[in-house]
Ligand binder design. Sequence first.
Ligand SMILES: [Zn+2]
Length: 508
Amino acid sequence: MTRRILFVCAVFLSLCGGLFGQGLLLKNVVIYDGTGNHSVRGDVRVQGDKIVEVGKNLAPKATETVRDGHGLALAPGFIDMHSHADGEILDDLDAENSTRQGITTVVVGQDGESKYPLADFLAKLEKTPPALNVASMVGHGTLREKAMDPKNQLREATPEELAKMKSLLREELKAGPFGLSSGLEYDPGHFATTAGVVELSKIAGEAGGFYISHVRDEGNHVFDSYEEIIQIGKGGKLPVEITHIKMGVPAVWNMAAKRMPQVFEEARKEGVDLKADVYPYTFWQSNLRVIMLDRDYYNPEKVAKALEESGGPGHMWFTSYKPDPAIVGKSLEEVSKMWKMSPVETYMKMVRASDVGVGGDPDNEPSIMAESMNEADVKWLIAQPNIMFCSDGGLRDRHPRGAGSFPRVLGKYVRDEKALTLELAIHKMTDMPARQLGLKDRGRIAAGYVADLVLFDPATVTDGSTMDTPQAPPKGIEAVIVSGVVVVEKNAVTGAHPGKVLRKSASR
Ligand SMILES: [Zn+2]
């Protein structure tokens, strides 16, 4: 009788171990620990949501599930430094476009746009957790929109409005975001002065945060924009990050290798911690207006020049257009032929349809993909030790970056083109962003760290998403683990939702 009770107890305890995700032993894996150090073969023991032991020939415990990694690579979960997952995540808790890539943490609230109030959004995520972890920035554009008259915000803020933005920022910082984001190429951020951004950055910096920016000009004056972000870092006394760094028009192609070392050197001399992140594609996605930096949308000569610099009408494709969804997937050149007007006229007609000033509806604004970067720059940026990675993608993106960025770096740039070592690529996807965010227990495979992990095959890992199949899953991602729970198994989501809301702690 006593033996029978003991047996029942033992079965019960081992079931509890399984149910609570306690006790997973990953055997026979090649460990890329996130530090950039050389990989080592070994085993990793996970208990609950933590890594508890890393070593060789670890003996399984009675209650543990043992998983043979068959010599595959094990890395810390990838951190996407610029994600638009906040757009759809409450309706798409699996977040499969992200998780299938090995992404276990997304940093949202980008390009100056964050959910408002942030505390409410984060509370909703805590109530219905997604598959991955979410960290947010506070959007500078969002603060502007809340502090200024919506009909009159395409101008510099008055001192009173700036004071209002500061107090809104202080309020938003209480929810635990990781700093301030801006989209100075977009409305309304474009109308902010450097000094105004510095004032807000000081507050973000005092809270231990950093500043991440879609800079003011990614094209002809991109290096002036880098000058500006260094000044913001200096004035705001906080680390700064150029997000989705690019040389976005032919006039600055091949400048990455020539000029970026100087930019980083200048930042260092100014005492500014400057970093960047990049996605591995030569084409971008945004709205149609972004190519006209001076907002002179109806000047035919300027429009013609901007279209040419953005890759030309044959290299700009529509990804959404409310008045006529049938044009999605077509190029500006094709649409202009259909409409029997020049590409310049087609452009102006579309801007007019969304221009409130001439009776248009802002919802009519089309989004586009355009190929205006060159491969040499993208490859150089990917290989740099101080440049992290991002997808810049949403969960239902038309741009393949939303489903393919991280495996594309590992497949195309690490394995096939040998632009950088696997150790360095993993470091730039894990430990480096974790340090940028100030996450003390993520980004590495070591005892005490949270068990966010990716098991993948370096020989086969690759992106599957293309312009025609933007949501296609990557290949070679064997398993993705968030807080000790498997969320992706053999490139497919499991339906588990162990993701956490990550909040900034007071000290960096
Ligand atoms: Zn952006």
